[in-house]
Design a protein around this ligand. Structure first.
Ligand code: ZN
Length: 245
């Protein structure tokens, strides 16, 4: 099976990779949905509620306390999957990484065409004047301003992350559709394909080389032309050894 995947990669110059939380967990970044929520006035508040559009504007301090503690992993390093994809892009084989992750590890590993469906914790903007900020600046601002980072204009600074209750960036979504529709080899990994819009995006693929790599079964397993029911690492490390880091 691995041999066939290597052949397909060797033959292709139009690969698209679609990755989910499983890509990041191998860098030690837990799926935030598994995080504990917070207690407020004797009530448990779930991560999904805290990371929602409404909660962000109503309780920015509680939002940012949770966000900095549970969503930011600055010491996390790119793993074999990130390195392999950057390498394949450099070789002219891979045309895009489409990701549901927000940690920016693909760019840190050297990938250039990264379509971040859910945004990124690396970028921020002022809700009032749209000025942009990086993470370090926002952290400093939060520390100086009792936990709520504000712009020089007084506006609230918001992460460029798609919160619950917000729609995806349409430009990013359409770019992902275009890349997937044009791909000859589509590798889908580390996602159970239940989180919107993952499953719908796969439907745009028209080729006959759909590779699925996931530790647990997914409803798309039967559609895969090549299926690896295993951890990502077990598949990627031999590929990295073959194509070079
Ligand atoms: Zn501003």
């Amino acid at each position: 099976m691995l041999k066939r995947l290597i052949e397909w990669i060797e033959q292709s110059d139009n690969i698209v990779f679609f990755g989910g939380a499983g890509v990041s967990t191998e860098s030690g970044i837990p799926d935030f949905r598994s995080a504990d929520g917070i207690f407020q006035q004797g009530r448990q508040i779930s991560p999904e509620t805290i990371l929602s559009h409404d909660f962000f504007f109503r309780q920015p301090k509680q939002f940012y306390d949770f966000y900095f503690e549970k969503m930011i992993y600055e010491s996390a390093e790119a793993n074999a999957t990130h390195l392999l994809l950057a390498k394949l892009e450099n070789l002219g084989k891979l045309k895009a990484v489409v990701t549901q992750n927000i940690d920016g590890l693909h760019q840190r590993a050297g990938s250039r065409v990264v379509l971040e469906l859910h945004g990124s914790t690396a970028r921020y903007h002022c809700e009032t004047c749209q000025r942009v900020f990086d993470l370090a600046t926002v952290r400093q601002a939060a520390a100086k301003m009792a936990g709520v980072p504000r712009c020089h204009c007084g506006g609230l600074i918001k992460p460029d992350v798609v919160l619950y209750g917000e729609s995806l960036d349409q430009t990013t979504l359409m770019a992902a559709v275009d890349k997937i529709a044009a791909a000859d080899l589509l590798i889908v990994a580390g996602t159970s394909l239940v989180v919107y819009p993952a499953a719908g995006l796969i439907d745009y693929y028209r080729g006959d080389k759909l590779v699925l790599i996931n530790a647990s079964a997914t409803s798309y397993d039967r559609r895969a032309n090549l299926l690896f029911n295993s951890r990502l690492q077990a598949v990627v490390e031999p590929l990295l050894a073959h194509f070079g880091a």
